[in-house]
Design a protein around this ligand. Structure first.
Ligand SMILES: [Zn+2]
Length: 561
């Protein structure tokens, strides 16, 4: 291995929300800073790294998005090549959103910056570390869902009291004191206009079109952080929301419950009921794909490989009355088969399952599991040994520093002789500082040792637990959740399957630009060219025909199977 000659610049990022800062010492800014510093010291001393702290970036804001001054500065400095490694205590310090986190990681990666997560032992410089990190993030989302219970309770409480629960207020209202909705006269007229036009046109799409034609836009709103929202063209779903919302009857809806609101209604009950009737009668011809019926989760990422159109969902009804859903090329749906373009529609459950199975394969990759085991062994056992040695050494140092302090104090109380009192005082101060530093480090090492001992045996287990969670979530989970996972993990699902049932299904996972550049090399491991390896559609039914990821170690395995 080449010996490092240059000092590695390390950036530390710490963040608290204002609530956390007051609530919990452990996650306080100081707590995070000293954890990160101790980790860096530890690496330098135990692993003979040559890390040097470049800067500490701080934010006192929620982690729900990346719009934070500290993060912005960090992004800029990473771009300017000012540091090589980012150290954080936990993933959620960087972002609570899986999507944002992955975005940032790949951005940093582009600039050659890796991330180290002190308490979660993640090192993104390895492909396995990357895959694991992604999985942990999925897991973190589960955890957060549970944590959000408290927020949900708060929102329910607010709804019960008839107050607006926060966020984008409905057209027709502004949020007033104590979150009570106040009628916005101009917008209230617009709400009535929506109802009138709907009674006339009897179609939400047509209402949206006619409103757009007359220059109406969706509600303008500025978030508490000063970010403008809305002011867009109307789409039918926004019209439907206005028609279905009981907020216009003076009520507050929370999930499936409706509470008496503290605000005035804009629409009369009679008008509302009439609108519901029209909506209902419109609903009888569900020719279009019904999402709640058979969830198709891939629509946002699925593409036709023959023409680059996206795939839409269609359904056909068999003589038995049973309905079948398909992903179908949008272009074909419009134009029918044309010369050189005859893509085969794929059944929704089959393609969904196919992608799910590639997930399973990816995460069951021996390469990834092996890395987890290896980590728990190496980083666990050998780290613990090193830490024990260090703890011993630190204890000795603290003891001897204490002795020195006592000695110096004695000298101070006695006649200092030829030593000036000033020198002694300075010495005392230095000793105290040294002792404090050692004690801090001892504390970190001790907790680190405990954590590693706890983790040593459960690492593989917790990995499997995460995997199980993930699989369960997919198998029983609601389509929205699945769609979230798809968006976070999958860049694209491309179907090249044509009428002759030949052609590949490709699943591309989101990874980093750097690995992407290596893609041609990866492809070589396949025997023969892409075109000479057609896969019958039946072979993707249940088991994958072909998986394309940008993660090299995973790729070579999956593609060479
Ligand atoms: Zn097509």
């Amino acid at each position: 291995m080449a010996k490092k000659t240059k000092k590695k610049k390390v950036a530390i990022y710490i963040r608290v929300s204002t609530v956390e800062q007051s609530e919990n010492d452990f996650s306080s800014l100081d707590g995070q800073e000293s954890q990160c510093k101790a980790w860096i010291n530890n690496r330098n001393q135990i692993e003979s790294k040559d890390y040097e702290i470049h800067e500490i970036y701080k934010d006192m804001k929620s982690g729900k998005d990346l719009k934070r001054p500290g993060i912005k500065r960090l992004q800029k400095d990473a771009k300017d090549g000012e540091f090589d490694l980012l150290v954080v205590t936990k993933l959620d310090r960087v972002s609570r959103s899986l999507h944002d986190f992955l975005k940032l990681v790949s951005e940093l990666d582009e600039h050659g910056v890796n991330i180290a997560v002190v308490t979660q032992q993640i090192d993104t410089s390895t492909p396995a570390g990357k895959a694991l990190q992604r999985l942990l993030l999925v897991f973190a989302e589960f955890e957060r869902d549970m944590n959000s219970q408290r927020t949900k309770e708060k929102m329910l409480e607010s709804a019960k009291q008839g107050r607006w629960q926060g966020g984008y207020p409905p057209l027709g209202y502004d949020v007033g004191d104590k979150k009570v909705l106040q009628i916005n006269e101009k917008e209230a007229e617009e709400v009535k206009e929506v109802y009138n036009r709907y009674f006339e046109l009897k179609s939400s799409t047509k209402v949206a079109q006619s409103l757009n034609k007359d220059g109406y836009t969706t509600k303008d709103w500025v978030t508490s952080k000063g970010e403008p929202r809305g002011g867009d063209k109307y789409e039918s779903r926004q019209i439907l929301r206005i028609l279905k919302s009981q907020v216009y009857l003076g009520k507050i809806e929370h999930n499936d419950d409706v509470f008496e609101g503290k605000h005035d209604p804009i629409i009369e009950q009679e008008t509302f009921d009439k609108a519901q009737e029209v909506l209902e009668s419109n609903r009888i011809k569900p020719k279009k794909y019904d999402k709640t019926d058979t969830p198709a989760v891939l629509t946002s990422v699925a593409e036709c490989g023959l023409c680059d159109s996206s795939l839409t969902t269609t359904s056909t009804k068999k003589s038995s009355g049973k309905k079948y859903y398909y992903y179908k090329c949008l272009k074909k749906n419009r134009e029918g088969n044309t010369k050189g373009h005859a893509p085969k529609p794929l059944s929704v459950p089959s393609l969904d399952n196919f992608v799910f199975n590639t997930f399973k394969l990816l995460f069951e990759e021996p390469e990834i599991l092996k890395a987890v085991k290896k980590r728990s062994k190496f980083e666990g056992e050998s780290q613990i040994e090193k830490l024990e040695k260090k703890i011993k050494r630190l204890n000795q140092q603290i003891k001897s520093t204490s002795k020195d302090i006592t000695k110096t104090k004695k000298l101070l109380t006695k006649d200092a002789g030829d030593r000036s009192e000033e020198i002694l005082l300075e010495q005392l101060e230095n000793l105290a500082l040294k002792k404090e530093e050692h004690e801090d480090e001892l504390e970190f090492c001790t907790s680190e040792k405990k954590r590693l001992s706890d983790q040593k045996t459960i690492d593989t287990k917790s990995y499997q637990k995460i995997l199980k969670h993930f699989i369960e979530e997919w198998e029983n989970g609601d389509p929205d959740k699945r769609e979230d996972h798809i968006k976070a993990l999958v860049r694209r699902v491309t179907s090249n399957v044509d009428r002759d049932k030949t052609g590949m299904i490709e699943v591309e996972y989101i990874a980093d630009k750097k690995l992407e550049a290596e893609w041609p090399k990866i492809e070589k491991c396949e025997s023969g060219s892409e075109k000479s390896l057609p896969v019958r559609t039946s072979s993707f039914n249940g088991s994958p025909g072909r998986i394309r990821t940008y993660d090299r170690s995973v790729n070579s395995r999956l593609l060479c199977r």
